[in-house]
Ligand binder design. Structure first.
Ligand SMILES: Nc1ncnc2c1ncn2[C@@H]1O[C@H](COP(=O)(O)OP(=O)(O)OP(=O)(O)O)[C@@H](O)[C@H]1O
Ligand SMILES: [Mg+2]
Length: 472
């Protein structure tokens, strides 16, 4: 192990000892680098107590205690750049941590002293983006040795972060560190997997931690063919109707807001957006039932919602594999998984379509819906995708008595070569006003015609599901 690495490794310990910040130049000046190195090496191998009499810093009480093994190391180009990290690491681990440069990590991991290591805290910012291959190698080696990795990043692109998490990063905390976040991440990486407390499952007896649940939910994405068409209104209210359809039933429903940038499911239910959502979305490989359930917000004990992240993230941050894992996990815990889709087609749109039992596309009686539907149809047919899985819902449909409107609906369907199976009425201003209150229509405006139609749709979806289950 290079000598330099050792000085860095014990920088914080020395800082504590000398009451100074861990400035290597300062330490070298005060104690002489050679002495510092010797002292550290002795401490590492546990011989300090025996040999410390002849050391120049023997007056230091801290070093005369039984040396504590090093359980964590920060890794960065210069830990002073991330000074909040020093404070938080000290608060969480006392002296049981050290600091390494990127270059020194791999040699250190090869040392016997690395055996006590439980995790690395890798801190990086945009200046480190050229070091990604080195950081990836560090994560790979740490993983191979059973050492966990917490990533601390500032101004790093989401795509890079995503890749690092995929390489095996266990936790991610943004820098500047939000209050208590590093501590919580440390707690999670230090908790042995088998000792994790089981998640209470809505009044059900607590179950041991399992890979996924034992349900086999019906997956229903809802996709607006143009912005503002009513997809989220439909997603949230259909989910609510399904969840409350049968009194005292055990029907479990969740909404996945995959409209990652502008998703408003949380707004329509007045739910806070959880910071853990990004962690979940970017770390699906290590996701388990517990982390999935914990990332969900719960509305009135009846509806679980994976809200869109607090910050806007690129839609392609998620890969088709990420989406598959989340959808499968949701389906294993819930009877109905309603997915609010972005109106843009993305890399994983096909993944959702393939996973779906039925895929609702919302349209209106206007040119933009017609044109977009045509484009979608062409694109899907060119790719040989199952266009027939799509069921069209016409929102703000003309009323029963509007004969002219009815013939326009028929002409639209004919010209697009689709059948429009579900018509939703215009519920007027109360719909938007109710959404602003953050409650489902069934709670706020139960008599609204739109609510009644959504309740009917929920019932027919449920009836089909139940009869399918009986047939099977
Ligand atoms: N049938 C309806 N009757 C009256 N108002 C409606 C109806 N459907 C939707 N709205 C209202 O239209 C607005 C847009 O609806 P919503 O947010 O559900 O659309 P969206 O397709 O999810 O939009 P975005 O493109 O922003 O995701 C909301 O204010 C909603 O309350
Ligand atoms: Mg929406």
């Amino acid at each position: 192990m290079p000598e330099f690495a050792q000085t860095q490794l014990f920088g914080p310990i020395l800082a504590k000892i000398t009451g100074e910040t861990c400035d290597r130049k300062f330490l070298a000046r005060v104690c002489g680098l050679a002495n510092v190195m010797r002292m550290l090496r002795l401490q590492i191998v546990g011989r300090w107590d025996r040999e410390n009499e002849d050391m120049p810093m023997s007056s230091n009480a801290a070093l005369q205690q039984e040396p504590q093994p090093i359980i964590a190391c920060t890794v960065s180009r210069d830990v002073q750049v991330f000074d909040l990290l020093i404070e938080d690491m000290e608060a969480a681990l006392g002296e049981q941590w050290g600091d390494l440069s990127f270059e020194d990590v791999l040699p250190f991991l090869a040392q016997p002293e690395a055996k006590s290591l439980r995790f690395l805290t890798i801190a990086m910012d945009s200046d480190d983006e050229s070091r990604i291959p080195a950081i990836t190698a560090i994560i790979g080696q740490a993983k191979a040795q059973g050492v966990k990795v917490i990533l601390i990043t500032e101004d790093v692109s989401p795509a890079i972060l995503h890749n690092l998490l995929r390489e095996g990063g266990d936790e991610f905390v943004p820098y500047p560190l939000p209050e208590g976040e590093l501590e919580r991440a440390i707690e999670r990486v230090m908790t042995p997997t088998e000792a994790v407390t089981p998640v209470p499952d809505d009044g059900e007896p607590t179950r041991p931690k399992i890979k996924g649940g034992n349900r086999n939910g019906v997956i229903i994405p809802i996709h607006g063919m143009a912005g503002g068409i009513g997809a989220t209104t439909m997603a949230v209210n259909l989910a609510w109707e399904l969840a409350t359809m049968e009194k005292d039933s055990d029907i479990k429903v969740c909404v996945l807001d995959f409209d990652l940038q502008f998703g408003t499911a949380s707004t329509y239910l007045d739910l806070a957006r959880r910071e853990t959502v990004v962690e979940l979305l970017t770390g699906t490989e290590s996701m388990d039932s517990e982390s999935f359930m914990q990332a969900l917000s719960v509305y009135e004990d009846k509806l679980h919602v994976l809200t869109a992240p607090f910050d806007m993230i690129p839609l392609d941050l998620m890969s088709p594999d990420d989406i598959t894992r989340i959808v499968n996990m949701a389906a294993s815990h819930f009877d109905y998984v309603i997915i609010d889709m972005p109106s843009t087609m993305v890399e994983w749109s096909q993944t959702v379509l393939e996973a779906a039992h039925v895929y609702f596309a919302m349209i209106e009686l206007d040119m933009r819906s017609a044109q977009n539907t045509l484009r979608l149809k062409r694109a899907m047919q060119a790719e040989d995708l199952p266009f027939e899985k799509i069921r069209f819902i016409l929102n703000r449909a003309p009323g029963f008595t509007d004969l002219n409107g009815k013939s326009r609906v028929k002409r639209l369907a004919d010209s697009l070569g689709i059948s429009i199976e579900v018509l939703m009425p215009d519920g007027g201003k109360p719909v938007a006003q109710n959404a602003d209150q953050g409650v489902p229509m069934g709670v706020g405006i139960a008599k609204n015609p739109l609510r009644k139609e959504i309740a009917k749709l929920a019932k027919s979806v449920h009836d089909v599901n139940v009869s399918d289950a009986v047939e099977a």
